[in-house]
Design a protein around this ligand. Structure first.
Ligand code: IMP
Ligand code: MG
Length: 180
């Protein structure tokens, strides 16, 4: 894996695709253990665009019946969180009375998942679980418990496997970190 350039910045390899797949295997095992015999049909909520690859890979490994819904949020401008969470595309299904598993690419400040969980409960979801591929524990400062965490990473800006730098880099199969 080589150093790459996206827009004006350089990025270096951080997590290989096979490491990511291992992380997703573990998260899937946990979800299968928790939902496999619950008899409930949860809704998997893909938070577009960042979580698209994670959700697809995770879903392939889930062995219980589930429904898939999506919505699109936006909070980042360039490499910085703006702190404001914008709903760019509303929920594609009805969550009333349902158990919802939020699938996120990464939890940074936690603003996005906090806003999302409140919104889902306000729309009548019975239960909301949070599942994230990555977490930046140095930045996350919210009281909310994150139910499923794939991997913890340092507080550096990353791209790849769905994550972007101003919309580029989502298609990279490995994850890269900003080379300062
Ligand atoms: P939060 O609201 O601060 O937790 O930010 C969460 C959202 O910001 C994620 O869903 C990502 O889309 C985006 N984000 C956070 N950190 C990064 C990063 O390092 N690279 C790319 N996007 C990120
Ligand atoms: Mg995201």
């Amino acid at each position: 894996m080589d150093r790459i350039k996206i827009h004006d910045k350089y990025f270096k390899p951080l997590i290989t695709n096979s490491q990511i797949e291992g992380v997703i295997d573990s998260v899937a095992d946990e979800l299968n253990a928790d939902f496999g015999s619950s008899g409930d049909i949860p809704m998997l909520l893909c938070v577009l665009n960042g979580a698209i690859m994670f959700t697809a890979e995770l879903m392939k490994r889930l062995t219980f019946p589930l429904e898939l819904v999506s919505m699109k949020l936006s909070s980042y401008a360039g490499t910085q969180s703006t702190g404001k969470v914008l709903e760019v595309m509303g929920l594609t299904g009805d969550v009333e009375g349902r158990s919802v598993i939020i699938c996120e690419d990464i939890v940074d400040t936690g603003g996005t998942i906090m806003a999302l969980k409140e919104m889902l409960l306000a729309k009548g979801a019975r239960e909301v679980k949070i599942c994230t591929m990555l977490l930046k524990p140095e930045v996350y400062a919210k009281p909310l418990k994150i139910d499923y965490v794939g991997m913890r990473i340092p507080n550096d800006f990353i791209v790849g496997f769905g994550l972007d730098y101003d919309e580029l880099g989502r298609n990279l199969k490995d994850i890269y970190v900003l080379d300062k």
